[in-house]
Design a protein around this ligand. Structure first.
Ligand SMILES: *[C@@H]1O[C@H](CO)[C@@H](O)[C@H](O)[C@H]1NC(C)=O
Ligand SMILES: *[C@@H]1O[C@H](CO)[C@@H](O)[C@H](O)[C@H]1NC(C)=O
Ligand SMILES: *[C@@H]1O[C@H](CO)[C@@H](O)[C@H](O)[C@H]1NC(C)=O
Ligand SMILES: *[C@@H]1O[C@H](CO)[C@@H](O)[C@H](O)[C@H]1NC(C)=O
Length: 906
């Protein structure tokens, strides 16, 4: 889910960035200098703008010495040594017109590693600092220029092309490709560091870097995620070997997860991932003793499964500078995982496991952790990605285990399993089983494993290679035997078990069951030790078996009473006759309900806020900030109106208007709760804010709610002058169900629905006045949301289906569905949307906003999407109430940014 959201986010941002760069609208991408236009005319096609800056000292502050084709004196001046290696470093497209910081790091790393070499920075800045398509157009000329320089060096100094190494980053990689094409002879090596993708993906070989451009072409791909059909780094393999660290996808340490997803940070993420290729290369220059290996594989998925960790027949290679040249094997894709920072290299292990039976474990695939014990150090418990989400039976399952630290030779492995997750879920399941199977033997879920092998990628040591007489080596050959769950057999007949090939791993809770594999001979030669160990394991097992029984008795009564009470109060499942009670008593329902009820305990944390708003609303001194209880609309509902801040605002200019619609699952909420929020919002947005009540279920259904909100907008049209706000500049902000109502009201008005009982001309006026809708954690597709409620087993307790007059009306009241029915002229009138959603929201899942935003994008309606890490459903509004709340500033910064765009205020 996270991954999908991330992709979508990148998609949206890239769409904006790319299109505006093509249209030349975006100042950031165009470069902020106004001299740019001059530069671009100067630079175009003219020779001599490529400079060859030869570095002679490690002190990078000092200017280098410039080489010039045809100027022989310069060669001596610069101390060019034609018998030494020659390394050209070529930068890529630039926005700033300056070398980015990586350049200094790369140059100094190269010079330290190759102190004798001629290190030359190819400076084509004036041609690179252009709109991207123009810069692309220059790569050919720059490549030719480099070829000319190399040809001259060959003539003048008998330079051996075999000793030449071109290193190009991004667009610079393709420049190097052209240089290789045009030079007389064959360059020794070209390294492409995340070569640029846009306008190079899929083009003919001679128009991009390709294996023919040098004797050996190696490429690092770090940013190949696709957005809008292009990716920043080229995806296809274009060298002799192409290395995709971390699959060329999300680079560790660059993920969005840790940063708030706003535009500035997005550029950082992009830069971080694209530039990672350079840093990996620098790392390979600096950390010669700790090399990172990449392994050939047909695709990232197979690699993630751990299938490809072989070094036979050149299937593995060092990465970066240390990459060994291989016999021509074009487009060989290689993969590895890396750490998040330098040294980037880690250690890969392949684990093979033959599972031949599973009992009581067919529904849930367990989460699976491995702990490796090595000669120097142990790893933490490492989560193992069971890639296809299943562990196959009667076949060898392969997993990839990656550790960041060197643990030395592997001594021992511990596997542990949990239920579906560490949560309650598994505990509950087991309690349930224990409970129902009170008098019978409680069945234990178990996986039966026949054999496990481990192979270290870096050393290529396999379990088989263990020396039999040394107990320091690990083995998994023998492994087959660690029968602690069948230990009764073991005690009575140890030899049989030793000879057998069965290991049983049962999982019950996170820690109680684990399988240890130890040295081959250790197992075989010291059965006593093993037995002792097994005994201690056994007592642990017993302890855990009695615990659930006790906990079960304690815990089962409690959830049943809570859940039955909840269903009695709020509604039984809609099944005929006694069946509803059966449905109501289903353990899954009871469990989910209990969880939902316990979740509401979280609201206790808002106690302080509750008293704050109560006292604020009651205190008459605060009346200067707002008008309380203005009656509007056909049902005589009331609204509160909050004034914008006085300072810096002239009396004559009316303030724009924000209408805030609160949520509450269509069945709760009142305007006084949101007084602090509305007050802060008026302050932050410098706008008049009105917060209307609407008739919630059971007083009215969704249609009545929409009518009330439409009435509120009618009132706004009529009262703008009286309260000094701009009736033609309205932005709707809604939370949760409120966001749904905002979207629905807007669409109904555009559709000029008769059931609103508002004159068509008025509806048109209002439509024109609504400049945008900001949805906070909103529900936009009722069908999807109902499914989610079913998952949480709250669908009968929730007021939603009642407020919608039953399931049959769900499409009718879903903004997503309405939009699909709209004609083009109606779609043209839909105002822009901004959607905010917390990623920790369990009440309305984040997909609600991401899917809606996908739909809007697809329909060419303007939409911005913000996914706020760690924010949950209620925090989205409660944290807008007081400046000291945790997410106050992050959320408002998003709202403000969008509000300014929508309302046209700056
Ligand atoms: C030129 O480079 C070669 C090879 O690295 C080295 O043996 C030689 O000493 C260098 N010459 C000078 C003058 O530095
Ligand atoms: C590239 O430059 C050539 C002239 O050098 C011009 O004819 C061509 O249109 C340019 N292409 C792009 C995509 O700018
Ligand atoms: C051992 O591993 C832990 C992490 O599992 C790490 O923090 C620690 O520094 C390592 N110790 C040594 C000596 O490498
Ligand atoms: C796996 O193999 C065992 C015998 O080795 C057999 O009893 C069992 O039915 C097989 N399971 C599957 C799912 O094929």
């Amino acid at each position: 889910m996270n991954h999908k959201a991330l992709l979508l986010w990148i998609f949206l941002q890239c769409a904006a960035a790319l299109f505006s760069s093509v249209l030349g609208e975006n100042a950031v991408l165009k470069g902020e200098d106004s001299v740019l236009d001059e530069l671009s005319t100067d630079g175009r096609g003219s020779h001599g703008t490529v400079k060859y800056n030869m570095r002679k000292s490690l002190d990078l502050e000092r200017e280098g010495c410039y080489l010039q084709a045809g100027n022989k004196g310069r060669l001596d001046e610069c101390g060019f040594n034609a018998t030494a290696k020659t390394i050209f470093i070529i930068h890529g497209w630039t926005m700033s017109g300056m070398f980015e910081s990586w350049m200094h790091k790369l140059v100094s790393a190269v010079m330290q590693r190759e102190s004798k070499a001629n290190v030359v920075v190819v400076d084509w800045m004036s041609m690179a600092q252009q709109l991207y398509p123009d810069a692309v157009n220059h790569t050919q000329n720059v490549g030719m220029d480099i070829a000319t320089m190399l040809n001259w060096l060959q003539d003048e100094q008998q330079l051996l092309l075999q000793n030449v190494h071109l290193i190009g980053y991004s667009l610079g990689a393709h420049v190097a490709g052209y240089a290789g094409t045009y030079v007389r002879g064959t360059i020794g090596r070209i390294t492409g560091l995340d070569p640029a993708g846009p306008m190079f993906e899929g083009v003919a070989e001679q128009k991009r870097l390709s294996p023919d451009d040098a004797d050996f072409v190696d490429v690092l791909h770090t940013y190949t995620r696709e957005a809008l059909g292009v990716s920043i780094g080229i995806q296809q393999p274009i060298g002799d070997i192409d290395i995709y660290p971390n699959g060329g996808e999300v680079q560790p340490g660059c993920a969005l997860g840790d940063v708030l997803a706003v535009a500035g940070n997005f550029m950082e993420v992009m830069k971080c991932e694209h530039e990672r290729a350079v840093h990996l290369f620098v790392d390979s220059l600096m950390n010669k003793e700790h090399m990172s290996f990449a392994y050939q594989c047909t695709g990232p998925d197979r690699f993630k499964k751990g299938i490809c960790l072989s070094c036979r027949k050149n299937r593995c290679n060092n990465i970066g500078y240390n990459t060994r040249k291989m016999r021509k094997r074009r487009n060989s894709k290689m993969y590895l995982k890396t750490r998040a920072n330098t040294p980037f290299g880690g250690y890969h292990y392949q684990m093979k496991m033959h599972v031949f039976n599973r009992k009581q474990a067919d529904s849930a695939d367990p989460t699976f952790h491995v702990k490796l014990y090595g000669a120097h150090n142990d790893t933490a418990n490492i989560f193992v990605d069971v890639h296809d989400d299943t562990i196959g039976l009667n076949l060898t399952n392969t997993f990839l285990v990656f550790t960041e630290n060197d643990i030395g030779d592997l001594l021992k492995i511990r596997l542990s399993w949990e239920g579906e997750s560490e949560s309650w879920n598994s505990v509950w399941k087991n309690i349930k089983k224990t409970f129902w199977a009170w008098n019978t033997k409680p069945p234990k879920p178990m996986l039966e494993v026949r054999r496990i092998r481990v192979k270290a990628g870096e050393t290529q040591k396999k379990s088989r290679q263990i020396q039999p007489q040394r107990e320091l080596h690990f083995s998994s050959e023998s492994l087959n035997v660690w029968p602690f769950a069948k230990q009764r057999d073991f005690v009575s007949n140890p030899t049989r078990t030793l000879g057998g090939k069965v290991a049983v791993i049962s999982y019950f809770s996170a820690t109680s069951h684990s399988l240890s594999l130890m040295g081959h001979d250790y197992d075989l030669q010291s059965p006593d030790v093993q037995k002792g160990d097994t005994h201690s394991k056994m007592s642990v097992l017993k302890y855990h078996m009695s615990l659930p029984v006790v906990v079960g008795v304690l815990l089962v009564g409690f959830p049943y009473s809570i859940s039955l009470a909840a269903q009695w109060l709020y509604g039984w499942p809609n099944k005929p006759g006694y069946k509803k009670y059966i449905e109501a008593l289903k353990p899954r329902r009871i469990y989910c309900l209990t969880r939902a009820v316990l979740e509401t305990l979280k609201y206790l944390q808002y106690g302080r806020l509750y008293f704050q708003w109560k006292s604020w609303y009651k205190n008459d001194k605060n009346r200067k900030h707002y008008e309380k209880g203005i009656t509007f609309g056909r049902r005589g509902n009331k609204l509160d109106l909050y004034h914008p801040p006085h300072e810096g605002r002239s009396k004559d200019v009316p303030a724009p208007l924000v209408v805030f619609i609160y949520g509450g699952a269509w069945g709760s909420g009142e305007r006084s709760i949101y007084c602090l929020l509305a007050r802060q919002m008026a302050e932050e947005l410098s706008a008049t804010v009105i917060c209307p009540d609407y008739c919630i279920y059971p007083k009215g259904n969704v249609l009545a709610m929409v009518q009330d909100i439409a009435d509120c907008l009618v009132w706004a049209q009529e009262s703008g002058h009286k309260f000094n706000f701009d009736k033609d500049n309205i932005v709707l902000i809604g939370h949760s169900a409120g966001a749904h109502l905002c979207a629905l009201t807007t669409l109904f008005l555009i559709d000029a629905r008769e059931e609103l009982f508002i004159e068509a001309s008025k509806q048109t006026d209002i439509t024109k006045a609504v400049k945008g809708v900001i949805g906070l954690s909103g529900v936009y597709n009722i069908m999807d949301h109902y499914e989610h409620e079913q998952k949480r087993a709250v669908e009968y307790i929730s007021t939603m289906h009642k407020a919608m007059n039953g399931v049959k009306n769900f499409p009718y009241y879903s903004p997503t569905h309405l939009l699909k029915e709209f004609s083009q002229d109606k779609l043209d009138r839909v105002p822009p949307f901004a959607l905010l959603h917390g990623t920790s929201d369990i009440i309305v899942p984040v997909e609600s906003s991401t899917k809606f935003s996908e739909l809007l994008t697809w329909l060419s309606i303007k939409v911005s999407l913000y996914l706020l890490p760690r924010v949950d459903h209620t925090e989205m509004v409660t944290d807008l109430m007081a400046t000291d709340r945790r997410f106050y500033h992050p959320i408002y910064s998003c709202i403000k940014q969008e509000y300014r765009k929508l309302s046209g205020t700056c």
